[in-house]
Design a protein around this ligand. Structure first.
Ligand SMILES: *Cc1c(COP(=O)(O)O)cnc(C)c1O
Length: 229
């Protein structure tokens, strides 16, 4: 099989799994967006995936983000990694969504850079539900005040939440993490903040996207199970 055929087969299988998981949980599969995490593949492979109909791609390093975004600007490019403040200006204006707003300082700096460029940036708040020390993200109990305080940052629009389960977590632990993320979103929606619409729930990777779909994810971030031969 050519790589294109393998890619097509992987994409079909993942799409079918998303449909099945959506039906199991009474959801519309069309509400779930597959984001292809292209950090391990080259731009030719990204172009092949785009041809198959995948329109959303994610990168976790600023330099690779910029290179790939420039070579396929018609795709929607998501930034999904820890973003250093000195890299903000490189990616600003090129992101469909930054999934990894993980600290107040970063929000302030994106806002400031946005003012200079007259650019509103749409972001997701990354939440560290599991409390793993080596993980970035906001503690769940800080989410509400972060959202409230973000009203002053006019060049940032918080569009929802992103979380990750620990790689070695058992399925039931993964599920409880995703459930908690969803519950936080529900409770923040009730606050009815006017400055953020909290539309997106970005959770689930190759290992756990079916659980994530069952628990309400509307963006899933898939790398290895799509691109690995
Ligand atoms: C690499 C990465 C993914 C994709 O992981 P896979 O297990 O390869 O699907 C998703 N989200 C983030 C933040 C990543 O860095």
């Amino acid at each position: 099989m050519t790589f294109m055929e393998i890619l097509k087969q992987n994409y079909r299988k993942i799409s079918q799994n998303i449909i099945n998981a959506a039906f199991r949980s009474g959801r519309n599969p069309a509400d779930i967006r597959l984001l292809a995490v292209s950090k391990t593949v080259d731009i030719e492979t990204v172009a092949q995936a785009y041809q198959l109909g995948i329109k959303d791609f994610g990168e976790n390093r600023a330099q690779q983000f910029v290179e790939k975004q420039q070579s396929l600007p018609e795709a929607r490019w998501h930034f999904i990694g820890h973003l250093q403040t000195n890299k903000i200006k490189d990616v600003l204006g090129k992101t469909f969504l930054i999934h990894s707003l993980d600290r107040w300082r970063l929000a302030e700096e994106i806002n400031k850079a946005g003012q200079a460029m007259d650019q509103i940036t749409e972001v997701l708040l990354q939440v560290n539900i599991s409390g793993e020390e080596q993980k970035y993200g906001l503690a769940p109990e800080l989410v509400q005040s972060f959202l409230a305080d973000s009203e002053e940052l006019k060049m940032i629009k918080i569009k929802g939440f992103m979380t990750m389960a620990p790689l070695d977590a058992a399925p039931e632990e993964v599920r409880s993490i995703f459930k908690e993320m969803r519950a936080i979103r529900q409770s923040m929606l009730k606050q009815d903040f006017k400055h953020c619409d909290l539309e997106y729930l970005s959770m689930g990777m190759s290992q756990d996207y079916e659980i994530a779909v069952e628990e309400g994810a509307n963006i899933i971030r898939i790398g290895s199970s799509l691109f690995n031969a």
